[in-house]
Design a binder for this molecule. Structure first.
Ligand code: MTE
Length: 327
């Protein structure tokens, strides 16, 4: 992902005039990185035209049911693009790295630990989680803060169904998700020296309980490939993609807002909420438009929608809040 900042600029320093100059330098650095990203994508698409990517699916078929919460009317992004254009920094910083490097992620046995503000700490085995509720096919738009997007047919059930099994205390105002981290398996994690592991993300309790927030086990009707966050990840379709933590091993309930990876990196740029919002720019990109991955060049560019198009369902969560301040 290109949203990291050079390690020599702690966000706490961006106050003085001197620090402001360094901030402008960072903008230049990131603009260069963005241009490099676009060039890399163009080269990738050209490469595909010359020698198209063939992807053998390695997932296990999941038994699924249709969902009334699915997004209709949009062309699905191909399985090949969803599984070869990834952000999973533990396995490298380039989009093609996770599909090359994540093969060693040990997805069985796998447990998810629940702790913090709960009646009693619990541990769930992945096979128990897979059977907890019927697995639904849910197509969602997926919008990264790097201004690219996809349309992905996920498989899972509402996170709220899982949270009900966790018995959170009334003081549980937030939920934190921690990803698997083993530096022997995820040898590439050090490539962005600014990040402290494990990857952490979080939601306010009402966001976590919203029916659209998906505890996700698969895509295209099969178990998640490792590079997409096997065996279980979160998907929050109205937020930038970095809010959707992959390969989760701990769910922690807390009374206070938990620390989160990209917010810790650059809190002035990547807010805790990070709702998709075309009216609030993020360095170095305007968020007004996005590139839909996999479409022909002349169809890729599209207008970004408030809350990624899920306004009717989620706007009430933020009633009365200034979304420029709470970005
Ligand atoms: N989770 C972990 N553990 N590590 C990561 O680097 N990247 C995030 C998010 N979850 C990330 C992560 C970002 S920036 C995005 S855009 C999405 O995963 C990408 O999901 P995808 O590769 O399935 O499209």
């Amino acid at each position: 992902m290109l949203i990291g900042k050079p390690p020599d600029i702690p966000s706490s320093e961006i106050t003085s005039r001197d620090a402001h100059l360094r901030f402008l330098n960072r903008r230049r650095f990131l603009k260069g990185a963005a241009a490099a990203g676009v060039a890399a994508l163009a080269a990738d698409r050209l490469g595909q035209l010359i020698s198209p990517r063939t992807t053998v699916r390695a997932g296990t078929k999941l038994q699924t049911v249709p969902s009334p919460l699915t997004t209709t009317g949009e062309q699905l992004t191909s399985y090949a693009d969803i599984t070869h254009y990834n952000n999973f920094y533990e396995f490298g910083v380039d989009k093609g790295d996770p599909s090359k490097n994540a093969g060693g992620l040990p997805t069985r046995p796998w447990t998810v630990k629940v702790d913090g503000k709960v009646v009693k700490p619990l541990t769930f085995d992945i096979d128990t989680l897979l059977k907890l509720r019927p697995l639904e096919d849910r197509v969602y738009r997926h919008r990264c803060v790097e201004a690219w997007s996809m349309v992905i047919p996920w498989v899972g059930y509402s996170l709220s169904e899982f949270i009900k099994q966790c018995n959170p205390l009334p003081s549980a105002n937030y939920v934190q998700f921690l990803s698997y981290y083993d530096r022997h398996v995820e040898k590439w994690a050090g490539q962005d020296p600014g990040i402290s592991w494990p990857y952490s993300e979080g939601l306010r309790m009402d966001e976590a309980m919203h029916p659209l927030t998906l505890l996700t086990f698969g895509l295209y009707g099969e178990t998640l490939p490792n590079q997409d966050g096997a065996p279980v990840r979160i998907v929050v379709p109205w937020k930038y993609g970095f809010k959707s933590a992959k390969s989760i091993v701990t769910v922690r309930f807390s009374d206070k807002q938990p620390p989160t990876t990209w917010n810790d990196q650059a809190s002035d740029e990547y807010g805790f909420y990070s709702n998709v919002n075309p009216n609030v720019d993020r360095v170095p990109w305007s968020q007004k438009t996005e590139r839909r991955i996999g479409l022909p060049f002349y169809q890729q560019n599209r207008t970004t929608l408030m809350f990624n198009g899920y306004t009717d369902q989620v706007a009430s969560l933020y009633a009365g809040m200034d979304l420029r301040k709470n970005y």
